[in-house]
Ligand binder design. Structure first.
Ligand code: AMP
Length: 211
């Protein structure tokens, strides 16, 4: 199975992607994480992405598409994968299609912008495994440490209000049109993502049950 998880930054794509990953035993490919890791390691790709990330803009297709293609050729993807954060533009979706990659379902998480801003301002992520917490709604058991691997929790550099609003604008202008693109081929599963996380997980699992 190949899935796409679509949604604004902070809509909960990572959480729903892990649910699908466990159910189908397939990897999550997060292009945001690929970019952040490359920036942390100061690779040439990471350095080219940095100016776009600094202003909350999308990384250009000609940078991200080859990087994603490389990742999808790795052996762990042979039984399927979950794309978290890709495609983010119509040309990226067309590119997947051109490569003959069939997407079985697109999970689109719908969350109001103001809820997103609140969520992202309180988000903390693990510097090692990427697990996500919220200081009020989903705090770690011991402060500043990841429950899963014990590493330090950090605030993502792009989780500040100015950049969050720029990322939301980018989402509405460039990414949201993908819902129309995928609804045409009957693959789109729209999931309200603002209730509690257990309800959202239940809806995601129901949506993929009959595939
Ligand atoms: P995310 O972790 O999915 O919220 O992504 C963080 C940032 O990485 C986004 O705000 C974009 O700047 C960049 N990014 C991630 N995926 C893509 C993509 N498919 N196309 C362009 N930029 C991306």
């Amino acid at each position: 199975m190949n899935f796409v998880v679509l949604g604004a930054p902070g809509a909960g794509k990572g959480t729903q992607a892990s649910v699908l990953s466990q159910k189908y035993n397939i990897p999550i490919i997060s292009t945001g994480k690929i970019i952040r890791d490359a920036m942390r390691d100061n690779t040439p790709f990471g350095e080219k992405c940095r100016p776009y990330m600094d202003i909350g803009s999308l990384v250009p297709d000609e940078l991200i598409i080859p990087e994603l293609s490389k990742r999808l050729k790795e052996p762990d993807c042979k039984n399927g994968f979950i794309l978290d954060g890709f495609p983010r533009t119509i040309p990226q979706a067309i590119e997947l299609n051109r490569k003959g990659i069939i997407i079985d379902a697109v999970i689109s998480l719908e969350v109001d912008d103001e809820i997103i801003v609140k969520r992202l301002l309180g988000r903390r992520i693990c510097s090692n495994c990427g697990a996500s917490y919220h200081i009020a709604d989903n705090p770690p058991k011991s402060p500043h440490k990841c429950d899963k691997c014990g590493h330090d929790l950090i605030v993502r550099e792009d989780d500040n209000e100015k950049i969050i609003r720029a990322r939301l604008k980018m989402y509405h202008e460039r990414t949201a049109p993908l819902k129309t693109y995928y609804s045409g081929c009957d693959k789109l599963k729209v999931i309200p993502g603002q209730a509690n996380v257990e309800d959202t997980i239940k809806l995601t699992l129901e949506a993929v049950n009959n595939l």
